[in-house]
Design a protein around this ligand. Structure first.
Ligand SMILES: [Zn+2]
Length: 430
């Protein structure tokens, strides 16, 4: 009965098992840094940061043990609108300069968690061959929370309501100015613009949920490939090559329309080869620790390839051939079922459902009812021949079909027949 177009919420366990198998079979023969990255992500995880939502105080308190020593250098580079410290952490003394910034959108914290883990690794893993290659080849400066005021509220914008990623040209905010001036000071050769995207995105039409989306942003309206953007594309291809082995079918690329107010695009113009990494979602990953791990793998892979120069031999087609990142409206559509209505003929209607918290998969709501054959969802479940029974006790004060009313929590049971006694196929009750 579970005919699915995409691995569904219902079949999520199966999906995770598939990922695990792909990992085991391919990790052994591959170049750095899938195997190393997975190990490091686990071994050096900053356990105090275990929820998606945390404040700048939480972050810097958690990192304190690793910032005290000489292995990494910490510097307050600016204060936010509300006076919170914006801090950068630098590791390595190599000739190639790399600048990473995360959480310029305050509610996009996955890469911040990954940077915390990398800071711990750099501070603690003296003698580790990968760490030493990075230390001698690169100078890595990490800005793990560019928008602490936004993080405090878990909102995208800063305290003034300004989207920092539309302030790269005007530089009206202290946060945007901090990032720009850090780039100028370091004359960063490479940049990583680290974000989270909505989890209702698929890798192309009918594709799997996107775990990571990449972009080598355009530096001009023509989307031309000068040397700076060309290097960024090679780096993105290097990352895609390694992540493919671990999460096949779950990578995508962003549309590269030029946005002259965004940091990624302007960094490229300013001479810093920049890769955008967007953290999406994985099945059963409510706090995004799986995607956090993917960030650690991606960044270590990039660092190693930059330190060795190996990225230059990447195939740009690995990036170009990634499917586009497509947004969909709903989490689940039940198609072909009939809604049982008291004292009337049952009504044929598809039902679209969406989570209030799509990352955690919590609070399922009814969003649309009717002929939804043109609608897109992360998952589709064909319930043709089955009957949808509104759950007794959930009837609201007025109107509509009880338990299946728009905007209300899902409260119904899919049964084999019209009788309330017939066999239950699945219950939706939040
Ligand atoms: Zn963002």
């Amino acid at each position: 009965m579970c005919r699915v177009l995409r691995p569904t919420v219902l079949c999520a366990t199966l999906t995770v098992a598939t990922i695990g198998r792909a990992d085991v079979s391919s990790a052994q023969e591959q170049p750095c840094c899938l195997r190393e990255g997975l190990r490091i992500a686990e071994e050096y995880r900053v356990e105090a940061i275990h929820r998606r939502r945390f404040t700048s105080n939480d972050l810097w308190d958690a990192l304190e043990p690793w910032l005290a020593g000489p292995e990494v250098r910490t510097e307050e580079i600016a204060r936010s609108v509300e006076g919170r410290a914006i801090q950068a952490v630098t590791f390595g003394t190599g000739p190639t300069t790399v600048l990473l910034w995360s959480q310029m959108h305050g509610d996009e914290s996955t890469a911040t968690m990954a940077l915390a883990d990398l800071i711990r690794f750099f501070a603690e893993a003296s003698g580790d061959p990968l760490r030493e290659r990075i230390a001698s080849g690169l100078t890595v400066t990490m800005l793990p929370m560019l928008n602490p005021d936004g993080a405090q509220r878990f909102q995208r914008e800063n305290a003034l309501g300004i989207d920092l990623n539309r302030d790269a040209r005007r530089l009206t905010t202290p946060e945007a100015r901090a990032l720009k001036s850090l780039r100028e000071r370091f004359q960063a050769d490479f940049g990583f613009n680290l974000h989270d995207q909505g989890v209702r995105r698929t890798a192309g039409p009918e594709g799997l949920q996107v775990a990571i989306a990449l972009l080598a942003p355009a530096a001009d309206e023509e989307k031309s490939y000068g040397p700076v953007r060309t290097r960024a594309r090679l780096l993105a291809a290097t990352i895609a090559d390694v992540l493919h082995q671990h999460v096949p079918g779950r990578l995508a690329k962003w549309d590269d329309t030029y946005e002259p107010r965004a940091f990624g695009d302007l960094m490229q113009q300013w001479g810093t080869s920049t890769v955008l990494i967007e953290s999406g979602g994985l099945p059963n990953d409510p706090e995004k620790h799986g995607v956090r791990t993917l960030n650690v793998v991606a960044l270590l892979t990039a660092f190693d390839a930059l330190a060795s120069g190996r990225y230059q031999s990447a195939n740009p087609e690995t990036y170009e051939q990634l499917p586009f990142n497509l947004g969909v409206e709903y989490d689940l559509i039940l198609t072909g079922g009939r809604i049982v209505v008291a004292d009337q003929e049952s009504v044929m209607a598809d039902i679209a459902l969406a989570y209030d918290d799509p990352v955690a998969g919590r609070e399922l709501r009814v969003e649309a009812v009717g002929d939804l054959s043109r609608a897109e969802a992360m998952d589709t479940l064909d319930i043709s021949g089955l009957f949808v029974h509104p759950t007794p006790g959930w009837e609201g004060p007025s109107g509509g079909v009880p338990g299946i009313r728009l905007g209300h929590r899902a409260a119904f049971t899919v049964r084999r027949g019209t009788s309330a006694e017939s066999e239950v196929v699945r219950e939706f009750r939040e």
